[in-house]
Each structure stands twice: as structure tokens, then as C-alpha cells.
Design a protein around this ligand. Structure first.
Ligand SMILES: NC(=O)c1ccc[n+]([C@@H]2O[C@H](COP(=O)([O-])OP(=O)(O)OC[C@H]3O[C@@H](n4cnc5c(N)ncnc54)[C@H](OP(=O)(O)O)[C@@H]3O)[C@@H](O)[C@H]2O)c1
Length: 182
């Protein structure tokens, strides 16, 4: 089973402003040529389960359309979240630890897990469960916001798998974790 992430960050490492807003990303995306998705559709094609933090889930619910179709999605939350009726067939809520959830999904035969949300990604990374991640660096400095990376108990060594530079200023880096736990 492979656990990965696909994130866009400001050059100074933020995935959203403090209040969760993504206006800076929308602004940057407005300059991207039509039809270019910086590898997102290729990435998501192989994903069978998305694991998302409750804050990111809240944000996605505010989008005009549900972007994940019939793909299975698990929202991590310590609270009992209200899942909209039309999503109940594919979206469920869990309060499992990253370790317990990864173990369960593996036993269920999941192949490719996508973890989304800053804290969620960090908790999987800290638990040694992430295998690889792709960061698309947007040419903007935000100064403050929600971080992609947080504190870790020990260094995490990475292998650079690929790098891509887009004409409109985005730089995409894909890394593998050198020693994932499973
Ligand atoms: N730029 C990008 O590519 C990108 C990608 C994804 C998200 N975002 C943005 O990032 C923001 C949200 O990120 P975030 O870091 O604040 O939060 P997050 O990871 O989306 O959600 C964190 C919340 O999930 C719940 N949770 C339950 N179990 C957890 C666990 N094991 N690990 C972590 N969280 C767990 C907790 O909330 P409870 O109180 O419910 O327990 C926690 O506060 C949003 O604005 C979103 O739009 C940006």
C-alpha cells in the first residue's frame, strides 16, 4: 500500500492563509493555461482512498462542486461530523489514529491512499506512514498561514524523484521518504 500527498504551497511553505483561504492559489491558477493541471489528474487516477482532515473537508464542501466523484473519502475528526446526504455513499468519518487507519485500509486491500490537509499530512508523516509526496511551489510569499510541514521528532531523509518547472512559474518537486515504516 502506498500513501502519498499532493499539495500546493507558497514558497515560504504555507498551504492556506491562517483563516483557511486559498485566494492566493486561485489567483495563481488563473494564470495557468487551460487544460494544464500540473499532474493532478494523473496523480488522482490511481488513488482508491482519500484521507482528509476535517478542516480541509470543510473547505472542500464550500466548493461549488464535489471534486472527488465516487472515490472513497475518509474524514478524520474527533467530532461527529455531519456528512451531507448526497455524499454518504462515499464519505465516512473516522477518529482512528494514522497507524490504526493505515492498518485497517491495508487489511481492506486499499492500494493508493492520498492524505490531504496540513495537520493530517503531518500526522501521517510523523507516524512514518507517508511513502511519497508532491509539492507544487507557487511563486508567492504569504508570510503567515497554515503550514505544510510542522515539528518532527527526528530528521526525515528524502529522495528527490522528479522536478518540473512550469513556464508560468510553478516548480513541482516529488519526493520519496527514505525509510517509511510500512
Ligand atoms: N494548498 C494545498 O494544496 C492544500 C491542500 C489541502 C488543504 N489545504 C488547506 O489547508 C487548510 C486545512 O489544513 P489544516 O492543516 O488546518 O487541517 P486538516 O489537516 O485539513 O484538518 C485537521 C483537523 O482534522 C482533525 N483530525 C482528526 N484526526 C486527525 C489526525 N490524525 N491528524 C490530523 N488531524 C486530525 C482535527 O479536527 P477535529 O477538530 O475535527 O478533530 C484537526 O484539527 C484548509 O484551508 C485547506 O483548504 C490546502
Amino acid at each position: 500500500m502506498n500513501i502519498s500527498a499532493f499539495m500546493a504551497t507558497s514558497l515560504d511553505g504555507f498551504i492556506a492563509r491562517k483563516d483557511g483561504s486559498l485566494d492566493w492559489l486561485d489567483h495563481a491558477n488563473a494564470l495557468v493555461p487551460k487544460g494544464e493541471d500540473c499532474g493532478y489528474s494523473e496523480f488522482i487516477e490511481d488513488i482508491d482512498v482519500i484521507v482528509m482532515g476535517s478542516r480541509t473537508f470543510g473547505k472542500v464542501l464550500s466548493f461549488p462542486e464535489w471534486p472527488y466523484g465516487k472515490r472513497r473519502l475518509i474524514v478524520l475528526s474527533s467530532k461527529s461530523l455531519e456528512i451531507p446526504k448526497h455524499l454518504k455513499g462515499t464519505v465516512s468519518c473516522s477518529r482512528e489514529t494514522p497507524e490504526a487507519l493505515a492498518k485497517r485500509l491495508k487489511a481492506e486491500g486499499a492500494k493508493n491512499i492520498y492524505v490531504d490537509g496540513g495537520l493530517t499530512f503531518q500526522s501521517f508523516l510523523k507516524a512514518g506512514l507517508v511513502h511519497e509526496f508532491t509539492v507544487t511551489i507557487i511563486p508567492v510569499l504569504l508570510g503567515d498561514g497554515i503550514r505544510l510541514f510542522g515539528g518532527i521528532p527526528e530528521d526525515i531523509s528524502l529522495d528527490l524523484l522528479s522536478e518540473k518547472h512550469y513556464g508560468f512559474g510553478f516548480v513541482q518537486l516529488r519526493y520519496a521518504i527514505q525509510k517509511p515504516k510500512q
